[in-house]
Design a protein around this ligand. Structure first.
Ligand code: IPE
Ligand code: IPE
Ligand code: MG
Length: 242
């Protein structure tokens, strides 16, 4: 089929499957999470090359606190490590970092790291990278509504969009979930309204440039109708004679 869509400006990814990647190699789950960071670095580069403007990734959900304590603390340590080791490279690549999620639940050290990374990369323009960390779509919606209510503002679709965690970007065009599950798991519930959804069986640490290209190729031939008919989209809509 001929591509009909321009490449997506905003791609969002549920990076799932790290644990299974490790378990299938008889390795501890945390090794899978480490490989997941390498996978993210690779996909950031691939997005820059493909001129994608915004990449949003789900790194830790508000529900992931329910995991065993050693896995949760391992994930927090990995975040602290990534903040100290990876930001310089992202800075060189022109990546602007935003951390999206409820910071109140994070340690002061991690909170400070997130703030520093955002400040350090604030003038970069090549790619916006939103890292959803301690994020939940329900939290995002409730938090936006609470902010508006506290300011005595009316709750409308527009005012909500302005108050939500991704108000600095357009909505995602394409949401990819790796790891074979067919669900959103509380990711971008509001912003997913008209995103194209793509589910890949590939476990996140194995999700490479070719796997990304397969998703982009499928996106290119999807028909985005936004409630209209196919005939309207193709311009062959004729008004019926009365
Ligand atoms: C996704 O991989 C990373 C996080 C949720 C932090 P998982 O850890 O969920 O991997 P699986 O789904 O157990 O394989
Ligand atoms: C979603 O994956 C969260 C992240 C990728 C960070 P999960 O592995 O936590 O999702 P469920 O629990 O299978 O729905
Ligand atoms: Mg999972």
């Amino acid at each position: 089929m001929e591509p009909t869509n321009a490449p997506p400006a905003h791609v969002a990814i549920v990076m799932d499957g790290n644990g299974r990647w490790a378990a299938s190699r008889l390795l501890p789950r945390i090794v899978g999470h480490k490989r997941g960071i390498d996978g993210l670095k690779r996909i950031v580069k691939a997005c820059v090359v493909r001129k994608i403007q915004v990449l949003t990734v789900f790194a830790f959900s508000s529900e992931n606190w329910n995991r065993p304590a050693d896995e949760v603390s391992g994930l927090m340590d990995l975040m602290a490590m990534a903040l100290s080791k990876e930001v310089a490279q992202l800075q060189q690549e022109g990546v602007r970092l935003y951390f999206v999620g409820n910071r109140a639940g994070l340690s002061p050290a991690i909170r400070a790291g997130l703030e520093q990374a955002e400040a350090r990369t604030a003038s970069n323009t090549t790619l916006v990278l939103n890292v959803c960390f301690n994020y939940g779509g329900k939290w995002d919606i409730a938090n936006a509504a609470a902010q508006l209510a506290a300011q005595g503002m009316a709750i409308t679709e527009e005012s909500m969009e302005g108050a939500m965690a991704l108000s600095h970007c357009a909505e995602p065009d394409l949401i990819i979930r790796t790891g074979g599950e067919h669900r959103l798991s509380n990711f971008l519930l509001w912003q997913a309204a008209y995103a194209e959804l793509y589910f890949s069986p590939v476990l996140w640490p194995d999700f490479d440039d070719a796997a990304l290209d397969a998703a982009l190729l499928e996106y290119a031939v999807r028909e985005r109708r936004y409630g209209k008919t196919s005939a309207q989209i193709h311009g062959s809509f004729k008004r019926a004679k009365v």
